[in-house]
Write a protein of this length. Structure first.
Length: 110
């Protein structure tokens, strides 16, 4: 029995549309890092190493999750690719919320 896969152009279109959401998450991570670094600098300090790691992860996680979802879903049916990309986007959002909760409740300036 042969599996039905989405045509390449359709899978690329799906990945491209979801890629915009992942790019937004990445850009939000960059913006948050810059804003927190400027806030720490204006307060006369710098970010703690844990804060740097957490904020750099907000930039790296969307890229890694998007690549993993596309690689896992590229030879599957279209709905499975969409589901993988949606679940990956949800994981990215949960991580983003965790980082914001961490940086708003912990001392991230030294």
């Amino acid at each position: 029995m042969r599996r039905r896969t989405a045509p390449t152009w359709f899978a690329a279109t799906i990945a491209g549309v979801f890629g915009l959401f992942y790019a937004y998450a990445l850009w939000a991570g960059v913006t948050y890092l810059v804003a927190m670094a400027q806030t720490a600098s204006s307060a006369g300090g710098s970010l703690t190493p844990a804060a740097w790691i957490a904020m750099i992860m907000t930039i790296a996680i969307p890229v890694v999750v998007f690549i993993a979802a596309v690689l896992l879903g590229r030879r599957r049916e279209a709905w499975k690719l969409i589901l993988l990309l949606l679940v990956g986007l949800c994981l990215t959002a949960v991580f983003w919320l965790n980082v914001q909760a961490y940086t708003s409740t912990q001392v991230v300036f030294s």
